[in-house]
Write a protein that binds this ligand. Structure first.
Ligand code: SR1
Ligand code: MG
Length: 420
């Protein structure tokens, strides 16, 4: 079948005609479709039996352009292939922590997968102050399992190089390079480079100051170079709180079922990048709770929760990574001193990447609802200025960080857990 973009009219026929769909629902039953995508890139649908809504499939199609920008921003729909390959590997190494992949249609560039109907994307409940038990621990474990499994510590060098060559995800890597590491630090045209920054006008002076901060720009350049050249393992590439879903149980202390979604930015990159993205989003949430929390006590409690999740993430990541090191594939990697040095470098990377990820969500093209959702622009500016300050600190200190508590201390200096 030749590629064509699906729509609400054609999607049910597509599902009925796909030979594998019968494993998940009755294709001859009365089917219904809902468009549910809220991301920047793709269209996403849920197709379900009208009489039994739990029998459903989620379908995601790569469009020939960026959904958030429309046809003015062309993008190859081939990104769906990278997502399919990433889902397969994540499923191999961390099954149960992602939606189960059902099929990939290479002609139509459609990924079909488990429909997580009872799960919710984390970002908005977190704005409302919801605490997901076990969040940090699950993300730390997920990262360790996939990143170790696709690294040189687990794969033969030839095997890893072959796999790496299948993830030449240049278009989406370029989005990351431009939107995270380049454009936010530019305030004038440079050889035709497009600058798509947008920010709250109240923080313009902070942004201009940052764009003239040559020390900061040197550190960001080093982080960008590391992102582009440090092909350590298969990273998710976009692990923010909009890429995590959770189903909350009925008992208050029941651990929710947490899944990582949307790995279309996957490629072989630095291991600290995904951890940095997650922690950046916890810190952005902390900044946004200056506005979202109704009382100072609620804000202190929520910040405390967020910092505990950051700690738990790093703890779970290092524990799982060290466990896997015990069965590594070369005597070179068994040196305990090497392992400690390696994890210290991951920690430094994650700190720098977290800072860059915070700044891009305030100054760059793509923002987060945590801050955009603050209607009062003055209140929003206050939160944004704090987040920018923390982002800068994380970047400037990243190469001197020795333990995770140093990262939390930087957050506490700017976004304290206090009741004042
Ligand atoms: C142009 S796409 C903007 C952003 O959305 C995705 O979620 C990534 O974070 C990307 O940078
Ligand atoms: Mg996404």
């Amino acid at each position: 079948m030749a590629y064509s973009t699906l729509n609400l009219e054609t999607i049910i026929a597509y599902v009925r005609n796909h030979e594998q769909s019968a494993q998940y629902l009755n294709p001859n039953s009365d089917l219904e479709v809902q468009e549910i995508g809220d991301g920047n890139l793709n269209l996403v649908w849920r197709v379900f039996e009208r009489e039994n809504r739990s029998r459903s499939i989620l379908l995601k199609q790569g469009l020939p352009y960026l959904r958030a920008a429309g046809e003015s921003w062309p993008l190859s729909p081939d990104r769906a292939r990278f997502e399919a390959q990433a889902l397969e590997l994540q499923h191999r190494f961390a099954s149960g922590l992602i939606p189960k992949p059902y099929w990939f249609d290479a002609d139509m560039l459609v990924n079909a997968m488990e429909d997580l109907t009872e799960h919710q994307v984390l970002r908005r409940p977190m704005m409302a102050g919801h605490q997901f038990v076990g969040l940090g621990e699950t993300i730390g474990k997920f990262c360790a399992k996939v990143l170790f499994g696709t690294s040189d510590f687990a794969m033969r060098p030839d095997e890893k190089r072959d796999l790496q060559s299948q993830f030449r995800n240049s278009e989406l890597c370029k989005i990351t390079e431009d939107l995270i590491f380049t454009e936010p630090y530019m305030n004038q045209a440079w050889h035709g480079l497009e600058i798509r920054n947008r920010f709250n006008p109240i923080i313009e002076a902070d942004v201009t100051h940052m764009q003239h901060d040559s020390d900061l720009k040197a550190q960001v350049a080093a982080l960008k170079y590391r992102f582009m050249t440090h092909a350590e393992a298969l990273i998710h590439g976009d692990l923010h709180t909009g890429s995590i879903m959770a189903r909350v149980g009925t008992a208050p202390d029941e651990t929710p079922d947490i899944r990582v979604i949307d790995p279309e930015f996957a490629f072989f990159g630095p291991i600290g990048f995904d951890l940095g993205a997650f922690i950046a989003n916890l810190f952005l949430s902390s900044a946004s709770h200056l506005a979202h929390s109704k009382t100072v006590e609620a804000r202190a409690a929520y910040r405390s929760y967020l910092y505990d999740q950051a700690r738990a993430c790093w703890q779970a990541f290092t524990t799982e990574f060290m466990t896997q090191f015990a069965a590594t594939n070369s005597p070179s990697w068994t040196s305990q001193d090497f392992q400690a040095m390696f994890l210290r470098d991951v920690l430094r990377d994650l700190t720098g990447f977290a800072g860059a990820k915070m700044i891009r969500r305030i100054v760059g093209f793509a923002h987060v609802a945590d801050l955009e959702g603050i209607a009062n622009l003055e209140h929003r500016a206050h939160c944004e200025a704090k987040a920018l300050e923390l982002g800068r600190k994380l970047i400037m200190h990243h190469s001197r960080i020795n333990q995770f508590e140093d990262v939390i201390d930087l957050a506490l200096e700017i976004l304290p857990v206090d009741t004042q």
